[in-house]
Design a protein around this ligand. Structure first.
Ligand code: NAD
Length: 366
C-alpha cells in the first residue's frame, strides 16, 4: 500500500474543527483508493504561542520537514491581537513557513457552483454557470521583497522607497506552474502585468512569451494589463481560465476573485515550493483562503469544504493523485449542489447543517 506522509497544522478557532472533518473525508477517500495516510499534528499560530511560546515552534518545523506536504488550517484571532505585529500568529507563522519551504507559487481556484450564484456580489446573469477559474500569484519576489528604505531629505521631508525586482528564473518557474495548471484545464493562460509602465513587467512579458513559445506552444497564451484584468474579473470572470501574475498584482486580484466567488467557506488554496518531495512533486502548503472565523468558532457550524478542497489540492499537486483529488471535488460539488446540503454561510434558504453533517454527506458521496 502506498503511504503518503504530511504534516497537519490545524491552527486556531475554526482551524481544528474543519481540519478534523477534512481528515475524515481524506481518510475515507484514501482507504478506498488503496492509499495509506501518515500524518502528524503540530501546533501553529496562536496554539504555537500558547503551548510553545512561538507561532512557529521548532518542533512544528521539524515535523513539516519530515513530511512531503503541509495541510494547514488557519491562524490568529482576538486572543493574540494585542501582540506586537511581528509576533502576530499570521505573520510569525505563515511568512517563515513560506520562506522555509520556498513557497513561490500561490494557486487559488476561483470556484463558484451555479447553485451558489447568489453568494456572489456579481449579477447572476453575468455568471449563469457560476465561476470556474484559477488565479496564480508569484509569492516570493516583487515589491514585497525588494529593498526598502525611508529617508529624510535635506528639506526635512520624508521619502520612502520600495523596489520591485524580478529575475528571469523567477518568472519562468511561475510560468511553468501556470502552464501545468492550464494543461489540466482549458489550455488557456492569461499573464497579467503592467508592461506599459514597469520595467519588471516588460521583462515579465518578454520572458513569459519566450517560455511558452519554447515549452508550451500548444497552450493559448494572452497578456493583459493589471488595471484591465481587475475590470474584466468583475465584468466577465469566466473569460479567464488560468490567470497568473506577480506578487502584488496577484495579492489584489486573488482577493477580488475571492469576493466575486462568494463564500470563504468554499475557497481552497495551494502554495507550492521550489523543492521536490519524495514523490518528485512540489512540496506544498495547502490551506483554506479564509481565516479562523472566531465569530462562529466552537459551535460546530463552520463550512469544512474549503479545508476538504485544500486537501484535494494537496493530493493533486504534492502527491500526483489527480484522480482521487477530482473524486473528492466531485463529491463536494454533488453534496452542495445536487443534494443541497448546506452550512449556514451557503444556505440561501436551504436547511442548515453543521460541519460534521456536511462532511458525512461528502463521505457518503465518495
Ligand atoms: P475570516 O476569513 O476568518 O472571516 C470572515 C467571515 O467569513 C466571517 O464572518 C467568518 O465567519 C466567515 N467564514 C470564514 N471561513 C468560514 C467557514 N469555513 N465557514 C463559514 N464561514 C466562514 O476573516 P477575519 O474575521 O478577518 O479574520 C479572523 C482571523 O483570521 C484574524 O485573526 C486573521 O488575522 C486570521 N486570518 C488568518 C488567515 C490564515 O491563517 N491564512 C487568513 C485570513 C485571516
Amino acid at each position: 500500500m502506498e503511504v503518503i506522509k504530511f504534516a497537519v497544522l490545524p491552527g486556531d478557532y475554526i482551524g481544528p474543527e474543519v481540519m478534523a472533518e477534512a481528515l475524515r473525508v481524506l481518510g475515507h477517500a484514501a482507504t478506498a483508493a488503496g492509499l495509506k495516510l501518515e500524518y502528524q499534528h503540530a501546533d501553529v499560530g496562536g496554539a504555537g504561542i500558547d503551548n510553545h511560546g512561538k507561532a512557529l515552534p521548532d518542533s512544528t518545523l521539524e515535523i513539516c520537514r519530515a513530511a512531503d506536504a503541509i495541510l494547514f488550517g488557519s491562524v490568529g484571532g482576538p486572543k493574540w491581537e494585542k501582540l506586537p505585529p511581528k509576533e502576530q500568529p499570521e505573520r510569525a507563522a505563515l511568512l517563515p513557513l513560506r520562506k522555509a519551504f520556498n513557497l513561490f507559487a500561490n494557486i487559488r481556484p476561483g470556484l463558484l457552483y451555479s447553485d451558489l450564484r447568489d453568494a456572489s456580489p456579481l449579477k447572476t446573469e453575468r455568471i449563469p454557470n457560476g465561476i470556474d477559474i484559477v488565479c496564480i500569484r508569484e509569492l516570493t519576489g516583487g515589491i514585497y521583497f525588494g529593498a526598502k528604505s525611508t529617508i529624510t531629505l535635506e528639506n526635512g521631508e520624508q521619502q520612502a522607497t520600495d523596489t520591485m525586482v524580478y529575475k528571469t528564473s523567477e518568472i519562468e518557474r511561475i510560468a511553468e506552474v501556470a502552464a501545468v495548471t492550464a494543461r489540466a484545464r482549458g489550455k488557456k493562460v492569461c499573464s497579467v502585468d503592467k508592461a506599459n509602465v514597469l520595467e519588471t513587467s516588460v521583462l515579465w512579458r518578454r520572458t513569459v512569451t519566450a517560455y511558452f513559445a519554447k515549452h508550451h506552444p500548444d497552450l493559448a497564451l494572452s497578456h493583459m494589463y493589471v488595471d484591465n484584468a481587475a475590470m474584466q474579473l468583475a465584468r466577465d470572470p469566466n473569460q479567464f481560465d488560468v490567470l497568473f501574475t506577480e506578487n502584488m498584482f496577484g495579492d489584489i486580484l486573488s482577493d477580488e476573485m475571492a469576493v466575486i466567488c462568494g463564500s470563504l467557506g468554499m475557497m481552497s488554496s495551494a502554495s507550492l515550493g521550489t523543492d521536490k518531495n519524495r514523490f518528485g512533486k512540489p512540496y506544498g502548503l495547502f490551506e483554506p483562503a479564509g481565516g479562523t472565523a472566531p465569530d462562529i468558532a466552537g459551535k460546530g457550524i463552520a463550512n469544512p469544504c474549503a479545508q476538504i478542497l485544500s486537501a484535494a489540492l494537496m493530493l493533486r499537486y504534492s502527491f500526483g493523485q489527480d484522480a482521487l483529488a477530482t473524486k473528492i471535488e466531485a463529491a463536494v460539488r454533488k453534496t452542495v449542489t445536487v443534494d443541497g446540503i448546506r452550512t449556514g454561510d451557503i444556505a440561501f434558504g436551504k436547511p442548515v447543517v453543521g460541519s460534521k453533517a456536511m462532511a458525512d454527506a461528502i463521505i457518503a458521496n465518495l
